[in-house]
Write a protein that binds this ligand. Sequence first.
Ligand code: NAD
Length: 457
Amino acid sequence: MKVAILGTGYVGLVTGACLADLGMHVTCVDIDKAKVALLKQGVVPIYEPGLESIVKPAVAADRLRFTTDIGEGLLGADVVFIAVGTPSDEDGSADLTYVLAAARSIGEAMNAFTVIVDKSTVPVGTAGKVNAEIAAALLRRGVTHEFAVVSNPEFLKEGSAVADFMRPDRIVLGIPPGPAGVRAREIMDRLYAPLQRNHLRTIHMDVPSAELTKYAANAMLATRISFMNELANLAGAVGADIESVRQGIGSDSRIGYHFLYAGTGYGGSCFPKDIRAICHTGLEHGMELKVIQAVEQVNRVQKEVLVRLINRRFGPDLRGRLFGLWGLAFKPNTDDMRDAPSRVIIEKLVSAGARVIAYDPVAMKEARRALATDLGEGTEMLARVSFAETPEDCVVGADALVIATEWKIFKSPDWSRLRVRLKQPVVFDGRNLFSPRLMRDEGFEYHSIGRGTPPAW
Ligand SMILES: NC(=O)c1ccc[n+]([C@@H]2O[C@H](COP(=O)([O-])OP(=O)(O)OC[C@H]3O[C@@H](n4cnc5c(N)ncnc54)[C@H](O)[C@@H]3O)[C@@H](O)[C@H]2O)c1
């Protein structure tokens, strides 16, 4: 089967590489010339475990190609994926500029029956808009090729994207009505057949339901996070430990353990924008999605939780203070800095006059770029942020260690080496990596999320 993919970001590149790994012939098309040039040389521009090791052999075997030329990409393609970005617009809605431009370029280049797959996360109704863009482009060309627009939202997680794609919990396919839809369903089932050997994973449904499923999944996961963060703040206030509470409720099979960690709030390229977008969809239909709106409000406040703890300890004026920051990426195993809580933490600390030395195993390059945007290139604020080569270098002379991302390498530090490097043994842990008792025994003043001190009676 021949496949074209528009957009070679986290989703498009993983999808393309995995399908090529399964034996298909894939051409990835991107408008970013620099990115395509790198990929052609076998350089993977993002950090995603296991990705490079499938990209390289697929390129060498000529099953995976990269181009900026949509005509070349679509040549003979049975299926064309749209996997371009859908960032937040100013009003919170999903900005469909890239999706609709991609649709237009498909209409301008396709030359036979084609299945067009919306893999980008898009609001309900987008498949109809994609359909209209393609039809209009075909009309302008004076040609009448049949096509079908399928919704196939992506559920992979950055950091385990290759494994998630190869062993998906489910494959959601929103199939349009009519004969073209029947044909599209058969082609999509053939495309995903290699992922179904163990058991059938595809859930077929209508297009609007598939589009909404993606937002529903992200809204549910974000809700669990904000719910736990809100409870953590209560736990801290009433002298309970949110970690014990987490285990107490996670053991209920109706609740389960996933996504119940209290922390510094969710970030990344999906939850924040998708939560805003579903709220916007609600408003467009005259509905305030009150639960989901609250999820976002709680998250906004939670991103500052570490700064509040720091202010409580050191006061609001942080001039002359130095903080070592472990973790920049919004979660471990990725270099993605989009909406990362570390950005809020850094911005607040340097605004209050502090200096920050940061360390992240893979995200420092991306972080430099993101922070230059947040704090301004060449500004005094940006000059107060520097980067260290190792986690231990990061805390030399610091007033405290601040942990923002739960990378594995941070989970078992040599406390005695840290103690001598820090100016004072103080840790602010936004990921609850350690037990308060262990930290006390190691001689640290330990501040974490939602772990109050039980009253002594
Ligand atoms: N990143 C994730 O973990 C994840 C998971 C599930 C779903 N999604 C969704 O998938 C979509 C893509 O996300 P991403 O993180 O891969 O985005 P990304 O920003 O990493 O990549 C998007 C790519 O599309 C390219 N592009 C833009 N317009 C184009 C066009 N007309 N033709 C060809 N290429 C074009 C850009 O140059 C860029 O390389 C979004 O809708 C996102 O919400 C992302």
